[in-house]
Design a protein around this ligand. Sequence first.
Ligand SMILES: C[S@@+](CC[C@H](N)C(=O)[O-])C[C@H]1O[C@@H](n2cnc3c(N)ncnc32)[C@H](O)[C@@H]1O
Length: 312
Amino acid sequence: MGITMNYILDESYITHSTKSLLENTKETSAIVGNIKDRLRETPNLVLPLQKTLQLVDQLSEFPLGRFLLHNKGLNGFWTSYIFNSSSEDRKNHPLENWLLNNSILTSARERFFRFKKILQSYVRSDITMCSVPCGLMDELLSLDYSTIDNFQLVGIDIDDESIEYARKNAIKQNLINNVNFIQRDAWGLDITSRFDLLTSNGLNMYESDEKRLIALYKNFRKALKNDGILVLSYIPTPPKNANDELMAQLFGMTVEDFKLERSIFTDIIQVTYLNFCSDEALKHQLEAAGFSLLNIQYNQNGVSPIAIAQAK
Ligand SMILES: C[S@@+](CC[C@H](N)C(=O)[O-])C[C@H]1O[C@@H](n2cnc3c(N)ncnc32)[C@H](O)[C@@H]1O
């Protein structure tokens, strides 16, 4: 019974399968044991086996680490936790501090702030903006609407726990009267010509099947009005000559930190969100779904892109 208790969600949830806050239970010990068995059989680990096994134990000692071990990905609660944490904000566990301040999660945070800048530039009176998947909906709920009248925000996510947190977030930001939530699978939106802008951060990277990606973007296209704007993140294909030195440089990390990153996210957790997409493939997928790609915005090191497309 302990083995199934945390697993409350069905397979339409492509990012996670448990609730957010997990105790260190027998189920966690079983996952830790399985991962260690697999690592002992894995040739060419990034870090020495003993160090890698210690990292598995350390991940099980704090809630964010446990969530990653159980789910191999992130839900809305933990994404919001990562985006809203700051380097002054020291956590109890040294590995959690490392994840929040030194890992590639810091690039996801940097991209989130660029997302907000882009979205803010589209804010105008009478606009209806939607976030799919909304998670806690930080990117729309933390914008400045003080200079405009009459706007609507819609948050769509498959996860009722995320929507409950997002509702609390909307109350906190004094925006609850402008927000509607819909609990729905992003592949079955069934919404027609309703939004002026749709933002999507953190879903397509969990999907490896191009047909499913095009189907997702078709759902977004249908939900947008003609000429509506899509603001989308994706994980670009690493450069051909990528090695630890180059990747560390691109992500502004030390080589030592990049190796730790690979050990934790690739060797240990085997995250499910590293579905790379080239700019050309993205353009093709968006066009097949009825968009024209307007612009791709990278950060100053040329990584963590955000695409802006328009519904044709
Ligand atoms: C990594 S979080 C990103 C949340 C939010 N966009 C943000 O940036 O904070 C991924 C979100 O996708 C949601 N999700 C997973 N599968 C989904 C599906 N099939 N349809 C809609 N939402 C889904 C999860 O519940 C979670 O809130």
